[in-house]
Design a protein around this ligand. Structure first.
Ligand SMILES: Cc1cc2nc3c(=O)[nH]c(=O)nc-3n(C[C@H](O)[C@H](O)[C@H](O)COP(=O)(O)OP(=O)(O)OC[C@H]3O[C@@H](n4cnc5c(N)ncnc54)[C@H](O)[C@@H]3O)c2cc1C
Ligand SMILES: NC(=O)c1ccc[n+]([C@@H]2O[C@H](COP(=O)([O-])OP(=O)(O)OC[C@H]3O[C@@H](n4cnc5c(N)ncnc54)[C@H](OP(=O)(O)O)[C@@H]3O)[C@@H](O)[C@H]2O)c1
Ligand SMILES: *[C@@H]1O[C@H](CO)[C@@H](O)[C@H](O)[C@H]1NC(C)=O
Ligand SMILES: *[C@@H]1O[C@H](CO)[C@@H](O)[C@H](O)[C@H]1NC(C)=O
Ligand SMILES: *[C@@H]1O[C@H](CO)[C@@H](O)[C@H](O)[C@H]1NC(C)=O
Length: 745
């Protein structure tokens, strides 16, 4: 009983699968016979038969060009099954071939003129059985109706699958072009809306209507985490992108499942592949191979720092990094299906010996190796390795990618140049990225070898301050941008790591020129000179070289070596900064549109404060911004004090800027020596309640105003802020928006 039920379900499942796989055939059913295929069908139907009027040692071509019986049989087939013509060009082409290579033109078609409709059926028929038995005939023959149908079907099914290989391959690029264009137009529309909004502020009723749709999209699609909460945080070894990205990836995944499983006609009998299994194996293998390859350009494009799609949409590198990973995962899976499919097909055809023979073929072994390398690359890009051994991960990633492109070039060498393009496009994208990286480095300093940074490490605040002269930079450093730093004197000078600009100024005292042993990197604490640099409008005194400043939290690799380099000569706490040679590549990233909001709330943790620092000056000097709140969780009292007095001091206070420092280490105020906090600064012990902070900020503002929440901190903190914003969108609609500056990808 149970068994029969199981077999019933199995059968239903099997039937459904077949229906799905063969839906192409159903769709094709109504089309009738396409007579342009009659030449191919007749040739295929006669492919295995021999005629006795040429010797047994005759080549295929000799038989084709010189066997009169074959000519008669072919012409008869064309006469019967290709009544409306459509085969003349192909016959002429074959005539040319025979003329050129064997100097024996085909006889004229008239030789079958005296075969009447009543005589033809009386001729000896070639059947499927004869086809399979490779029979030799000593008379002219007529292809049987059934055999012709099978030959025709074989060609039809092949063309059906094949044309879809290409259109489905193109669909991959089209999908991403649509996504990028959608992103670019959304950006354009919101820019126009902002522009209009600022000129017609009074028509707020109109605005709310126009805002409604984007607001819904924002609240339910783009802003929230995929499953509501976790986004910046990992889930075991997985990272979960925001919902908008996840949905895009999901649609892409569904599209890939569709194109890999759909558009095949599987027939009970097929002259190319004698069993349905082999037909399916071959079609699916070809399809997945081609679609996988079609995904290559996107994998490279989305993985690059310099990326056209990123410039068009304004989405950050993290977004494209997620796309990069998923396209790569899908393409790898397809490559695996492709390779396994062909391997099984070969084993079915000739066993292991035959398989071993294929390994002597360049295109075959390079293909198998490429798939293995792709799997290795995927396996060695796991979250754990990326986090714990970033540099190892990176080297493996680059080296394996190069080998994959090379083996793929070998793999497609059997085709003419048609597929080579799919290797050259990724290679070009890669090369272009490298060239742009070099030009960014040069744009920061033409004499790139001569960029001297002053670094100082303070053990009590556990932070490295690094300042680089930026007067030679073609771009004025902007808030929200980040730079990749190489340390040339480091033993691993090729390593580069991203750091967000914390401040830029022209009034710093330390500069490349007079950086003596004792020259202070930054003015002495509580000194006024340095503070002036951050005062509104002090864009830099005349003649003073401008600087870009970074605050760097030391971790285990690059940053710990930087710390060691910085503390080498600063054993005694009063000593000055160290000068090191760096290479600066940038800027990357964009300045957020925060000046367009009346209220801005920064929710930052630890070194995340740099984001608030970078934007603060422009926000304070912008009249449209009414209030700026900073909630900063920090462990080291010395760090908090340092930033407060040196960097934020002159800007906080007043009605506009408020700063809440949340000290999370220790219970007392041990170490915090500032006797009197400036106005607008509050000190709290313990972690901030991020949700409450967002609620308060949103609740405090008048209904006509908007709030931007900018998070930069530990993953939990960012996720808390994201969720709080999404919740607050419920009551505040489009007036609250979430921005995340992530320090990890
Ligand atoms: C856009 C951006 C801006 C940043 N701005 C700042 C900043 O202003 N101040 C600051 O202190 N830190 C910043 N960071 C973080 C900083 O880049 C990492 O702390 C640094 O790369 C760690 O290097 P490490 O070898 O010492 O660390 P490790 O101990 O080897 O690694 C620590 C973590 O950093 C990640 N990481 C390592 N190398 C890179 C890399 N080249 N690119 C991306 N992630 C990497 C690893 O995955 C790991 O999770 C920023 C990161 C990003 C992505
Ligand atoms: N770990 C890495 O591999 C790595 C590398 C580079 C950058 N980053 C990221 O860079 C940013 C800053 O790093 P950092 O080392 O300067 O920071 P940090 O010194 O670790 O400071 C983080 C601060 O945020 C507080 N905090 C943590 N989780 C919180 C939460 N859920 N709600 C409220 N407050 C919370 C911490 O409090 P407690 O003291 O109570 O924890 C601490 O005060 C973070 O995003 C960090 O993840 C991380
Ligand atoms: C065909 O080739 C075989 C082997 O090369 C040879 O022995 C035979 O004589 C040839 N037959 C004819 C008809 O040429
Ligand atoms: C092949 O070409 C010759 C002349 O080169 C011509 O006489 C003959 O009719 C052609 N045969 C067919 C089938 O077109
Ligand atoms: C057609 O004519 C040819 C000679 O031109 C002859 O060999 C052949 O047998 C004829 N066929 C029929 C069916 O009459």
């Amino acid at each position: 009983m149970r068994n029969t039920r199981r077999s019933f379900f199995a059968r239903v499942l099997l039937t459904a699968t077949w229906l799905w796989l063969c839906s192409g055939a159903l769709a094709a059913g109504g089309n009738g016979i396409d007579e342009t295929k009659s030449f191919g069908a007749c040739t295929l139907a006669l492919q295995t038969t021999h005629f006795s009027d040429v010797g047994p040692n005759a080549t295929k071509l000799e038989e084709k060009c010189q066997s009169r019986l074959r000519h008669l049989s072919l012409y008869l087939c064309l006469k019967v099954y290709g009544r409306s013509g459509g085969w003349a060009d192909e016959l002429a082409a074959q005539n040319d071939t025979c003329e050129r290579f064997l100097h024996t033109p085909l006889p004229p078609f008239d030789i079958v003129a005296n075969y009447t409709d009543t005589e033809v059926p009386r001729l000896r028929q070639v059947t499927l059985q004869d086809w399979n038995d490779r029979v030799t005939f000593d008379e002219e023959v007529i292809v049987s109706d059934a055999l012709h149908g099978i030959a025709y079907g074989t060609l039809y099914a092949w063309d059906y699958a094949y044309s879809r290989h290409f259109s489905y391959g193109w669909a991959m690029a089209v999908f991403w072009i649509v996504v990028v264009l959608a992103g670019a137009s959304a950006r354009l529309v919101s820019a126009i809306r902002r522009h209009r909004g600022s000129s017609e502020k009074s028509q707020s009723r109109m605005r709310t209507v126009i805002d409604r749709v984007p607001a819904w999209v924002c609240r339910h699609i783009t802003a929230p985490a995929t499953f509501g909460y976790r986004c910046a945080q990992n889930l075991g070894w997985c990272t979960i992108p925001p919902r908008g990205q996840s949905l895009t990836i999901l649609v892409f995944l569904i599209l890939n499942i569709f194109v890999s499983t759909n558009g095949y006609i599987v027939m009970p009998v097929n002259l190319y592949f004698n069993t349905p299994t082999k037909q399916l194996l071959r079609y699916v293998s070809d399809r997945t191979g081609i679609v996988s390859f079609a995904n290559f350009p996107m994998i490279w494009l989305f993985g690059m720092r310099n990326n056209l799609a990123l410039w068009l949409t304004g989405w950050d590198f993290g977004t494209y990094n997620n796309f990069h990973r998923w396209v790569a995962r899908i393409a790898t899976l397809q490559a695996v299906v492709h390779s396994i499919g062909y391997t099984v097909l070969i084993l079915l055809d000739g066993g292991w010996e035959y398989f071993a023979w294929w390994w002597t073929q360049l295109f075959f072994w390079t293909g198998e190796v490429a798939t293995i390398l792709m799997c290795l690359l995927l396996g060695l890009a796991v979250y754990w390795l990326r986090r714990k051994q970033y540099e190892t991960f990176l080297i493996i990633h680059v080296v394996l990618s190069i080998f994959i492109l090379l083996t793929m070039l070998g793999h497609v060498s059997i085709f003419k140049v048609r597929y080579d393009l799919m290797v050259w496009i990724p290679a070009t994208i890669w090369a272009a990225d490298r060239i742009l990286r070099v030009s960014r480095t040069l744009s920061f300093n033409r004499r790139f070898w001569n960029t001297k940074a002053s670094v100082k490490y303070d053990p009590s605040s556990n932070i490295i301050r690094l300042a680089v002269p930026s007067s030679s930079s073609l771009y004025t450093p902007q808030p929200g941008t980040f730079y990749y730093l190489h340390v040339l004197s480091d033993k691993r000078f090729w390593e580069s790591h991203p750091f967000t600009m914390a401040y830029s100024t022209g009034a710093r005292e330390a500069c490349g020129k007079d950086l003596g042993e004792n020259a202070p990197l930054l003015p002495a604490q509580h000194g006024r000179g340095g503070d002036e640099a951050f005062a509104v409008g002090s864009e830099g005194g005349e003649g003073e070289p401008s600087m870009v400043g970074f605050l760097i939290r030391p971790y285990d690799g690059f940053t710990s070596r930087l710390r060691d380099a910085a503390s080498r000569s600063s054993r005694c706490p009063q000593s000055g900064p160290v000068s090191i040679q760096v290479l600066v590549e940038g800027p990357y990233g964009r300045t957020g549109p925060f000046v367009e909001y009346e209220n801005v709330l920064f929710v930052v943790g630890g070194s995340g404060i740099v984001v608030a620092m970078a934007y603060l000056r422009s926000l304070v000097s912008n009249a449209g911004v009414r209030s700026v709140g900073i909630v900063w969780a920090v462990r080291e009292p010395a760090f908090a004090e340092d930033i407060l007095l040196r960097d934020l001091g002159p800007l906080v206070g007043g009605k506009k800027v408020s700063l809440k420092i949340c000290m999370t280490l220790g219970s007392g105020c041990a170490g915090f020596t500032v006797p009197e906090l400036p106005e607008g600064v509050r000190l709290q012990y313990g972690r901030p309640d991020v949700r409450l902070e967002v609620e308060d900020a949103a609740g405090d503002m008048p209904p006509s105003e908007r709030l931007a929440v900018v998070a930069c901190g530990p993953a939990r903190m960012a996720d808390d802020a994201r969720r709080a914003v999404v919740e607050s969108m419920g009551s505040n609609g489009p007036r609250v928006e979430y921005f995340e500056e992530s320090f990890r990808w």
